[in-house]
Write a protein that binds this ligand. Sequence first.
Ligand SMILES: *Cc1c(COP(=O)(O)O)cnc(C)c1O
Length: 402
Amino acid sequence: MTDFASTKALFHIPEGLIYLDGNSLGPLPLAAPARMAQAMTDEWGAMLITGWNRGGRDGTGWMGQPMALGDRVGRLIGAERGHVVLGDTLSIKVYQALTSALMLNPGRRVILSDNGNFPSDLYMAEGLCALLGQSYSLRVVAPEEVADAIDDSVAALMITEVDYRTGRRHDMAALTARAHALGAFAIWDLAHSAGALPVDVAAGGADFAVGCTYKYLNGGPGAPAFIYVAPRHADRTPPALSGWLGHAAPFAFDLTYRPGAGVERMRVGTPPVLALAALEASLDIWDSVDMAALRAASLALTDRFIAGVEAACPMLTLATPRDHAQRGSQVSFRFSEGYAAMQALIARGVVGDFRAPDIMRFGFTPLYIDAANVDRAVEIIAQVMGDRLWDQPEYRRRAAVT
Ligand SMILES: *Cc1c(COP(=O)(O)O)cnc(C)c1O
């Protein structure tokens, strides 16, 4: 069992804030600044170029960090050891997984996704189809229609397990099994799953999985993404972004590309060493977290929040499934003036976010949110909604990031 009271003490949460936006940007682990300072001063500063071979907290070299830390993320998503690597951003990793799946399934031309997916994933697929031409296309259906939309034209399913707006969760094992039965690959985006709930890519049969580390994994703004390639594909996957660090022998400086072993071929260029050091401070916390305990705590928090808000705020409409099996680790309510209402909440220390057109989104992360925080947030929401405190011009002015 994880003691969530003790994990809470490992994060910096500004005084007076109830931070319900760790699903968008996780908070700072208290150990991260010292780890970053060490990476900058003792490694970059003192070691300079030799850090590639002897940097890193354990002295095994910066070059090995994307795989070493990849395994620690891998435990959280049920990956086999040695099959997750860190680097780049999630959009890039989506593109890599898609191109690999299309190359492994050459007779088919359709990428299937749903309209609850995060737009960047859909944009990357559109761009890839435009590049490939030859009748490649992206087919987007409603989330509940995905299973029935898989047919023998579909090369790959590209699905985000937990909907970023509503928190609705797809059934990874069932959709993957159906995709495989019909000859399609299954690519899972775990942006709102990794660190949010137990994931088992191996048992679920995922062919590829991707995700980011700055949301629930608390790696910091711009922290690197991850990619998982199932062991059965790892040594045969053609890497479309064939950068030198995915080469079998980067320092042979061959003039032609030979893919590296397994998932290492999904590396592209120079790893973000400083960002990896910050992420490492967060993974030190995650290493001790029991994912089943995390899930139980998360469901208790989201149930408590739903019950409290529904009892106090009849004007808010729940957008998140009540069924535990279909819920991620966030709760969303629809409200026509949701943007202004969220600004009014943020001004009173309850930090969630807004997703167009009308979603007020609240993330629940047992690592640093407890039942008392939920109760206090509900009180403040009840006051803001009940007294229409959001109805002020200053709360309607939109910032670039919502
Ligand atoms: C957050 C998120 C992204 C963001 O991609 P970046 O390249 O890291 O900016 C992409 N896809 C999904 C599903 C997300 O939730």
